[in-house]
Write a protein that binds this ligand. Structure first.
Ligand code: RIB
Length: 311
């Protein structure tokens, strides 16, 4: 069983030809709202695509957005532990999605900021605690500490990126980052291999977009090439990856199997609009995996070279 503690945001999304540069105004096209937030997206991914029993601690305001966010989690089968903040609005995110499926996101955290150390229930029966960085860092550290004390595996998706102190990293068993986040956490601009060598966490997983992903667990490297899809919106793809990875690990899959499932789920999420609306079901994920060719040695070598690992 997985426990997710983190953010929930209502995403306000406009599509446009490109993401505006500083000072630029872009005339967009259609506007929609979607349930999002890195924590809630990961909880939905674990429950829906990962088919894992999933609980989530989140904070919501006393507004109409709260009901939308709660309903999406419940429909995915996530068991919610909700802190009600009567003073603040529920979290919101303002997202521009470009025609090449990239996005730029600004978050107004609102009620997410009110999650505090005392809100985490006892973690009896849970194998993994999944955290992100859209809630106060002091709470993230307190949750990691509580999980470690209870023998629960701590997984941190270090997004949005920020430098992390050694005391927090020492509480993390599995760190999940994208390439930009990797350089921030490693405080180094070198290759993926060089950055990985500088992070004192036993298992570090790096998502690399169209290149695929890799993991360094102690001294072992595992590589997974990307699945080719037609992307329309990459929002929530990383969250889908994180949720499914932890779901797979909690169900006893090997790291290689978990990376394969998480990569496929993340790829599928790119083919649909929105964050939680884009997360595939477990059946869709299994069908997709069954339709995919076996990874070739040439693909694996290309990824190895990209990361800077010796071939
Ligand atoms: O990772 C995507 C998410 O980031 C969006 O759903 C948005 O709410 C922000 O938290």
């Amino acid at each position: 069983m997985i426990f997710v503690a983190g953010s929930a945001n209502l995403d306000f999304v406009v599509r446009a030809a490109h993401i505006p540069a500083p000072g630029e105004t872009v005339l967009g096209r259609d506007f929609k709202t979607y349930p999002g937030g890195k924590g809630a997206n990961q909880a939905v991914a674990a429950a829906r695509a990962g088919a894992a029993t999933t609980h989530m601690l989140l904070a919501l305001g006393a507004d109409a957005h709260a009901a939308v966010l709660e309903q999406s989690l419940q429909q995915a089968g996530v068991h919610c532990h909700i802190v009600r903040d009567m003073q603040q609005a529920s979290g919101t995110a303002f997202i521009c999605v470009s025609d090449d499926a990239e996005n730029a996101i600004t978050v107004a955290p609102g009620a997410n900021q009110s999650l505090c150390a005392a809100d985490l229930p006892a973690l009896d029966g849970f194998s993994h605690l999944l955290l992100q960085l859209e809630t106060p860092l002091a709470s993230v550290a307190a949750y990691a500490q509580a999980a470690r004390a209870q023998g629960v595996t701590v997984v941190l998706n270090a997004a949005p990126a920020q430098p992390l102190d050694a005391a927090l990293l020492a509480l993390v068993d599995v760190l999940i980052v994208n390439q930009g986040e990797l350089t921030v956490v490693a405080q180094h601009q070198g290759s993926v291999a060089d950055c990985l060598a500088r992070i004192a966490v036993p298992c570090v997983v790096v998502t690399l977009g169209v290149q695929g992903c890799c993991a360094r667990c102690n001294d072992d490297i595992t590589l997974q090439s990307a699945f080719a899809v037609n992307s329309v919106d990459t929002t929530g793809a990383g969250d889908t990856f994180s949720g499914v990875l932890v779901a797979a690990l909690s169900q006893g899959e090997t790291l290689a199997q978990a990376l394969r499932h998480a990569s496929a789920a993340g790829a599928l999420a790119c083919t649909r609009a929105g964050a939680q609306t884009s997360i595939p079901t477990h059946a869709e994920l299994m069908d997709f995996l069954a339709s995919q060719p076996v990874t070739t040695a040439a693909q694996t070598q290309a990824l190895q070279r990209y990361c800077g690992f010796a071939c």
